[in-house]
Design a protein around this ligand. Structure first.
Ligand SMILES: NC(=O)c1ccc[n+]([C@@H]2O[C@H](COP(=O)([O-])OP(=O)(O)OC[C@H]3O[C@@H](n4cnc5c(N)ncnc54)[C@H](OP(=O)(O)O)[C@@H]3O)[C@@H](O)[C@H]2O)c1
Length: 291
């Protein structure tokens, strides 16, 4: 049987580098780094997509960190919004399906409590969140064959020849390894999701009706408590944990930072959602990271 073609943008990134490896046998994968396709070059994006004629476009290229977007909002709009819209336009022309990756950060200005559903009003308060939310709206108008996944904060562990991201597990471990204490908010609530929980569900996601879905892990604990949970599970002593993971009770004290999302829509379509604690246990087991 002829393999389906999946074109991936942003393949040197944390998520896409792992996705490309995971699917390299099963799909005809067309992995594109920024060097091979700078997505802000609309003509080049059009040429490459038309030349390859993929069945699915896995669009992961983005300015994915908050600070660079704040520092350069114009570029953030070009990359996260204009370029994504151009790709959706070409997807429509070439009859490709598209997966667009959005974020829990579309809710970071909400003052009402989470967990937020897909139909709840999202109020972004950063350039990153704003570009993602605006892109969602424009892409929906442009392309019907579109899945939008709003992802919570993902984590992974270092692997050969792929980058890691600034995630809670690695950040907490680095604090232990370098003996450099870090402050973590006791007033922040968000899902912490193992990157392979997403990757292993992708084929099922490609079978979902088109639309917007929240995906991640359920976490009722604060980010501080989650960091303590991680190190405890790895086998770090309480004494060391207490020394390097410091409570930040001040940050978000007046307004709790609540980025929790409701996953009932995707669960109702047969996708399995873990708790962050199950997700952390799984990663530690898979990487045999217990001391
Ligand atoms: N990781 C998370 O926790 C998380 C959570 C929610 C949503 N997301 C979304 O998921 C997607 C993947 O995230 P990630 O963590 O894998 O991000 P990442 O590691 O920052 O990867 C993004 C990739 O996009 C590339 N890129 C940036 N500008 C580009 C341009 N103009 N043309 C082509 N490529 C460009 C980067 O290239 P270089 O390598 O050359 O810099 C990088 O490889 C993003 O859309 C992100 O917003 C991620």
């Amino acid at each position: 049987m002829k393999k389906k073609k999946m074109l991936l943008t942003g393949v040197n990134g944390f998520l896409c580098s792992r996705v490309a490896k995971y699917f390299e046998e099963k799909y005809h994968v067309i992995p594109l780094t920024r060097k091979e396709l700078d997505i802000t070059n609309h003509k080049e994006a059009e040429r490459i997509i038309k030349e390859n004629n993929p069945n699915i476009i896995f669009h992961a290229a983005a300015m994915s960190a908050t600070l660079p977007c704040e520092n350069n909002p114009e570029l953030a709009h070009k990359v996260n919004l204009d370029a994504a819209l151009n790709i959706a336009r070409v997807a429509k022309e070439t009859k490709a399906k598209m997966l667009f990756l959005s974020s829990e950060q579309v809710f970071n200005g909400n003052t009402n409590e989470g967990p937020y559903g897909e139909d709840d009003k999202a109020v972004p308060s950063t350039v990153y969140g704003e570009t993602k939310l605006k892109a969602e709206g424009l892409l929906r108008k442009e392309l019907k064959e579109l899945w939008i996944l709003r992802l919570s904060w993902m984590f992974g562990l270092p692997e050969k020849n792929v980058p890691n991201n600034p995630n809670l597990l690695w950040k907490s471990l680095k604090a232990v390894l370098t003996n450099q204490p870090i402050k973590i908010s006791t007033n922040e609530y968000r899902g912490i999701t193992y990157v392979y929980d997403l990757i292993e569900n992708l084929e099922k996601i490609f079978d979902l009706p088109y639309g917007t879905y929240h995906f991640g892990s359920v976490n009722e604990e604060s980010t501080y408590d989650t960091a303590v949970y991680i190190l405890n599970k790895i086998g770090i002593s309480k004494e060391i944990i207490d020394r390097v993971i410091c409570r930040d009770d001040e940050k978000h004290r007046d307004q709790k930072r609540d980025l929790r999302m409701d996953y009932n829509k995707i669960i109702s379509k047969g996708i399995n959602i873990r708790t962050s604690q199950e997700s952390i246990d799984r990663a530690i087991k898979e990487f045999d990271f217990k001391l």
